[in-house]
Write a protein that binds this ligand. Structure first.
Ligand SMILES: Nc1ccc2nc(N)nc(O)c2c1
Ligand SMILES: [Zn+2]
Length: 371
């Protein structure tokens, strides 16, 4: 029995696994100001204040406890001050459960055009109209406060892959200095939390130093950054074979940007509690459905007269009321309903996967299933 500080009355139960391969897997509950998060948890991505092609109440029916928003996008449009004036992101998007916002550094590096990294922060030109912005540990933390995020992410630098040891070392040290400034800028309130993000690329001594620097700052949770950046599953798992153990056992561990079902299962087995990934939503809009029979590319002509559902026992509207033939047609003619139904099914599929993982852990059963 351990409790997570700052998340009130946390009932997190670390259930060690009998089977040594799973001894690091744990199921728990994070209590926040906006409700409970059952872990291991998958967070659908709602980058611009909406999970694309979904109503928030539909996202809720899939079983999601928490969704992710992005500081970078929301600061550009509609602007954090405006969202604050309009009552905060929860009210703005009509989502009353927990919201986690990424801190923006990663998105700047992947989206904005000209940008300059200084000790102060990142200066960049908006990818929308080229206007000049600056993101720093202080401004990112303030923006996430204005948005009303339940879980605020520290402002970090996502170390690219591959990086030399020296590059990874100086990047990690910058992230540690920025984490300190992020922590200082955080307005601490009961039921809200701020997560530090460890870097260090694939170098275990750098990962250790990053963890030690951030543990000193006593964050409410910790994310492992700098993975799912092209290193591949084998190298990712190699880092995950030791990195989660560097983090406090009684606090949530969040693996950013991951991933496919097999990645999630392998990461849970190595002690990860929280995930976010655009795969179910983005691939759904592109006509890929995750099913227990494997990934179905619905645009394939073999489905044009297939009068059966994606999965006969799935409770999502796509499976309950429609056939693969109809989904094939909708996606081919680019009807909006096609994106909606495929997204809804994939989000339901990912949440069912997490539910099964949580149940198997709670029952002390192995969960090697690739669902
Ligand atoms: N793969 C990812 C995805 C999102 C990230 N966000 C931040 N802030 N930092 C990282 O290292 C990330 C890595
Ligand atoms: Zn379905």
């Amino acid at each position: 029995e351990v409790s997570i500080t700052k998340f009130p009355a946390d009932e997190r139960k670390i259930i060690a696994k009998a089977h040594d391969k799973y001894k690091k897997a744990r199921a728990g509950i994070i209590n926040t100001r906006h409700g409970q998060i059952h872990t291991p948890a998958f967070m659908p991505v709602g980058t611009k204040g909406t999970v694309k092609a979904m109503l928030p109440e539909s996202v809720q029916t899939t079983g999601a406890d928490i969704i992710l928003g992005n500081t970078y996008h929301l600061m550009l449009q509609p602007g954090a001050k405006r969202v604050f004036k309009l009552g905060g992101l929860h009210k703005f998007m009509n989502w009353s459960k927990p919201l986690l916002t990424d801190s923006g550094g990663f998105q700047v590096m992947s989206l904005s055009k000209l940008r300059k990294i200084t000790e102060e922060g990142v200066i960049f030109n908006s990818h929308i109209d080229g206007s000049k912005f600056m993101l720093s540990p202080e401004s990112s933390t303030e923006i996430q406060y204005l948005l009303g995020s339940t879980i605020t992410m520290a402002f970090d630098e996502c170390t690219p892959y591959p990086s030399t040891y020296e590059q990874a070392k100086s990047s990690m040290e910058l992230t540690s200095r920025w984490a300190k400034r992020s922590r200082k800028a955080f307005y601490s309130r009961d039921g809200y939390g701020q997560f530090g993000i460890i870097q260090g690329s694939i170098y275990n001594d750098l990962r250790l130093k990053s963890a030690l620097d951030l543990i000193e700052l006593d964050f409410e949770g910790y994310a492992i950054g700098g993975l799912a950046v092209g290193e591949g599953q084998e190298l990712m798992f190699k880092v995950l074979d030791y990195a989660p153990d560097l983090l406090p056992i009684n606090k949530p561990r969040y693996l950013m940007g991951v991933g496919k079902p097999a990645d999630i299962i392998g990461a849970v087995q190595r002690g990860i509690d929280m995930f976010d990934c655009v795969i179910p939503t983005r691939s759904g809009r592109n006509g890929q459905a995750f099913t227990k029979y494997g990934v179905v590319n619905i645009r394939n002509s073999k489905y044009k007269e297939d009068n059966t559902p994606l999965e006969e026992d799935c409770l999502c509207p796509a499976c309950k009321n429609y056939t693969k033939a109809y989904l094939h047609y909708l996606v081919k003619v680019k009807e909006i309903l096609g994106a909606m139904l495929m997204t809804w099914h994939n989000l339901m599929y990912f949440q069912k996967l997490m539910l099964r993982i949580r149940e198997y852990i709670a029952q002390g059963k192995d969960f090697d299933f690739i669902s």
